[in-house]
Design a protein. Structure first.
Lengths: 253, 182
């Protein structure tokens, strides 16, 4: 038995705003109720009459009206275009920054005797850390504080460590990377300040213990477990970042 | 015209002018209303969401411009005069269908403003209920109850049952689905 036919259904029938199944139910109802059917026919007739009356062609609009319409059209068109240009400019700025940072990475390492040349993913980590800082400053790039390690693992195959108590996730983004996905989590890490935790797939299986790499504006402690690489980037002291990274790497096991 | 992505104001002049005619019941005022709407829309074009519904946005500005009352009083004053003029334009030999057209149109023009606006957007422009309700800034339930009353009045007119403006007495029994009727 279908839902009883309401006044709303009858109105929506006249206005042709019912789905076909409901139309059929209304038609069954009307077939059994001649009074209601007559009323609906009158409504349909009035509707069609009004449409016919108002379908008469209008005289050509005044020049002033066309002028105003064209002006509005241009303003709205520019607005749409500006929005697109704005997006393009942001992308260009990020790419430009990437080139710049790319050029700086090799020179920026100050501790060359103590640390080996960092693997390529450290560069990616540094870039996504800088991107996260850019995003944090941009109003039009809403950050998402929703951080679901289980969902990230299921969707990307990247296992993330449990975060220490007191760390607050500010943004979590999945990026494309050369070997699949990478994840960048931006965290307010208490007295460490704003840090980024990067995790991603790498092509070469390896085990690297937490190792520090220093750059002009940031430090990264990176490590690798099998095919997954991690990097913690921030601006705190070497010791605090190393300690935090060790803790995270242990949380993974 | 329904492609929400395309900025085509010229293509929307027809719907805007027809709606303005139904609201003002006066051709000259209708054209002025559309002109004012375009100027207002230009002034606040920053409020248009890119990719949003241009038709709904413009219809809504037009409606607000009308409601603002700048025109309302003049429209009221000329209302009867206009309704009379419409009946007088029946100069060519009135065929039966023409007489009926005029009756329906006269009944439509006598509807209260808010019922006429609702019926115009839904029945004449064919807007989905949701879009019409947004353009009028009312809940869908309110829109439907206005439609129901407008239709009941038109039926009454045609049946020649009464020629007076609709009163409380001939309200159909209509359930209000959402929101209160304003």
């Amino acid at each position: 038995m279908s839902d009883p036919i309401t006044e709303t259904d009858l109105l929506a029938y006249v206005d042709d705003q019912l789905d076909p199944a409901r139309r059929i139910e209304v038609e069954e109802h009307l077939a059994r109720n001649p009074d209601a059917a007559a009323r609906i026919m009158a409504d349909l007739k009035d509707r069609d009459t009004l449409r016919l009356i108002h379908a008469a062609p209008l005289p050509r609009p005044a020049e002033a009206m066309i002028g105003a319409a064209v002006r509005l059209e241009r303003a709205l068109g520019w607005q749409t275009l500006n929005l697109k240009l704005g997006r393009i400019a942001a992308v260009v700025a990020l790419i430009g920054f990437g080139w710049f940072a790319h050029g700086q990475v090799g020179l920026g390492i100050t501790d060359s005797e103590a640390s080996p040349k960092p693997p390529a993913f450290v560069e990616d980590a540094l870039h996504s850390h800088e991107t996260a800082l850019v995003r944090a400053r941009m109003v039009s790039q809403p950050e998402t504080a929703a951080y679901d390690a289980a969902e990230i693992l299921a969707a990307t195959g990247i296992r993330l460590p449990a975060l220490p108590e007191g760390w607050r996730v500010r943004d979590a983004q999945v990026f494309p990377s050369r070997d699949g996905h990478s994840v960048e989590i931006s965290v307010d890490a208490g007295d460490l300040g704003r840090v980024s935790l990067f995790a991603g797939h790498v092509p070469v299986f390896n085990v690297i213990d937490p190792t520090i790499a220093r750059f002009d504006d940031a430090k990264t402690v990176y490590w690798q477990t099998g095919q997954l690489a991690y990097a913690l980037t921030g601006t705190g002291s070497d010791k605090t970042i190393e300690r935090a990274a060790l803790r995270l790497s242990r949380n993974l096991q | 015209m329904n492609d929400p992505k395309r900025i085509d104001v010229i293509g929307l002049l027809g719907p805007l002018r027809r709606y303005a005619r139904s609201l003002t019941r006066d051709e000259t005022q209708a054209e002025d209303l559309v002109q004012d709407t375009l100027v207002r829309a230009y002034e606040r074009h920053g409020s248009f969401r890119s990719g949003g519904n241009l038709r709904g946005w413009l219809l809504s500005i037009l409606h607000n411009t009308f409601i603002d009352g700048r025109r309302r009083h003049i429209a009221e004053a000329r209302r009867l005069e206009q309704a009379a003029a419409i009946s007088e334009t029946a100069a060519p030999p009135p065929q039966e269908s023409q007489v009926r057209f005029q009756q329906v149109q006269a009944a439509f023009l006598r509807l209260p403003d808010e019922q006429r606006a609702a019926l115009h957007l839904v029945a004449i422009e064919g807007l989905p209920y949701q879009e019409a309700a947004e353009a009028l800034k009312i809940p869908v339930g309110t829109l439907m109850s206005r439609l129901g009353r407008a239709r009941a009045t038109l039926r009454g007119f045609e049946a020649g049952m009464h020629l007076a403006p609709p009163s409380e007495g001939n309200r159909p029994l209509l359930r209000i689905v959402g929101g209160s009727d304003v």
